[in-house]
Write a protein that binds this ligand. Structure first.
Ligand SMILES: C[S@@+](CC[C@H](N)C(=O)[O-])C[C@H]1O[C@@H](n2cnc3c(N)ncnc32)[C@H](O)[C@@H]1O
Length: 203
């Protein structure tokens, strides 16, 4: 009985953290359904001069981090995630793609990013913000770790979709309160011409 309760508890936590019962099942779904999203986001984020330090918050199994490091041979990508299984999948993916030396996976959360001030040129995140316990605090941390000329580009579902899963303050509301001079929120075309996701650019 205790074991069943433990398994159910793990599945509930995973559902809250990434909408699937386990990191492995999320990764399979991401490979099948989200490959086009990672390509679209990597194209949208570029071009890069070649030496940028990029942070991917809630990097999960590392699809976007690996896509960025593979496309741009000089950039270095840090992926932060609280889930060790997700980070293990990401490390394996980076090694397999031959970019393990430029993709590092770091345990942590958006609300307490484990990096010094002004560490990154670009901060990004896909489909993660609506899982953060405190999106306002997460965006404050984004500001702290960005270099003065840096930019954050965050892609997530609108609040009405996030609320179908759990209570959430909402992407749009958190962006409106974020401590940046420039806050731009737009629809992001994916899949194809559909604009299911929103993209916030903060600088
Ligand atoms: C739906 S998955 C998205 C993963 C990846 N960005 C992608 O697009 O495939 C959400 C990710 O956010 C992570 N996450 C949950 N809460 C977080 C938090 N407070 N700070 C940072 N990441 C968090 C989860 O562990 C999970 O890897």
């Amino acid at each position: 009985m205790g074991r069943i309760a433990g398994v159910l508890g793990d599945a509930r936590r995973s559902q809250r953290a990434f909408s699937m019962p386990s990191a492995g099942s999320y990764d399979i779904g991401a490979r099948i359904f989200l490959a086009g999203l990672y390509r679209a986001v990597a194209a949208d984020l570029g071009p890069f001069s070649g030496t940028e330090e990029i942070l991917d918050i809630g990097a999960g199994p590392g699809h976007l981090a690996v896509e960025l490091a593979s496309r741009h041979s000089g950039v270095r990508v840090a992926g932060v995630d609280p889930d060790p299984e997700m980070s293990a999948l990401a490390a394996g993916r980076a090694a397999e793609a031959g970019v393990g030396d430029r993709v590092r996976l770091v345990p942590g959360t958006a609300e307490a990013l484990p990096f010094p001030d002004q560490s990154f040129d670009v901060v990004t995140s896909t489909l993660s913000l609506h899982h953060w316990d405190d999106a306002d605090q997460g965006l404050k941390e984004v500001r702290r770790v960005l270099r003065p000329e840096g930019r954050a580009v965050i892609y997530d579902v609108p609040a009405w979709i996030a609320r179908l899963e759990h209570e959430h303050t909402g992407f749009e509301q958190a962006v409106a309160r974020a401590p940046f001079e420039r806050r731009e929120l737009r629809g992001f075309s994916w899949p194809g011409p559909l604009r299911i996701l929103r993209r916030a650019t903060l600088a």
